[in-house]
Design a protein around this ligand. Sequence first.
Ligand SMILES: C[S@@+](CC[C@H](N)C(=O)[O-])C[C@H]1O[C@@H](n2cnc3c(N)ncnc32)[C@H](O)[C@@H]1O
Length: 248
Amino acid sequence: MSYGELCTRFYDLDKPHAPELALEWFSARLPQGRILEPMCGSGRFLLPLLQQGRSVDGLDASEAMLRACSARLAAAGIAHASPWRAEDYARCRLWLQGLDSLALPVTDYAAAFIPSSSFCLLADPAPALRRLAAHLAPGGLLLLEFEPPHEAPAPPAETTRTVHKGAEQIRLVMRHEYDAQARVEHYFNQYELKRSGRVVQTETETLRLQCYSPQELRALLEANGFADAGIEHAGFGWCASATRYMLV
Ligand SMILES: C[S@@+](CC[C@H](N)C(=O)[O-])C[C@H]1O[C@@H](n2cnc3c(N)ncnc32)[C@H](O)[C@@H]1O
């Protein structure tokens, strides 16, 4: 289980807002028209873009993350349609789906964007890119942030962090390993929710993050429905842009 309930609660207390530089970078490049944010999580990028007046749909495979996203939008007064809110509102729809098997009724998005290196979580990125291309209008833009391979091998490490809300605290013990040969980061995470000092819920998750060199990512994009792939180091991280070139 990944991005479950405790992970979502920890994430929202730990990272409540989108990093400013990243938000600016994506916002400045997104065209007018309907936009899709695959792997949107609990909506820390989605909300400010909607508040700018844009039309943005969010998509995520985690029910916990998408419920938190729906709650975040509702708290900000943003009407939206989701698997749990039947309201048919044109400016934002939330989809509970995996990117790998994406099948939406909308297939003419002007752009899609995937921040926070979430793209690197995909175990099989080629079919996901082809499904994504099939949901963009011809010439539609894809923007994504990715993680490059580490320059030096890193020994396994363990870190512990705790976040608080009222009488509750959530502790995350994160074990991190880097496989330098496969260029894969592995995370073994354990969450523990304490209420008034007593452990009331626990959750474990494993995450696998594939790192890409700029050349590899360009080739991956261009082999799976995208053209004109450009790669840049954008201050906050490495980013790629490409346009959809064919029906797949
Ligand atoms: C690191 S979070 C980032 C969320 C958001 N972009 C942000 O910056 O806050 C990664 C998200 O990707 C989602 N995810 C992972 N694999 C997925 C897949 N195959 N299809 C759709 N969503 C996926 C997770 O559920 C999680 O919400």
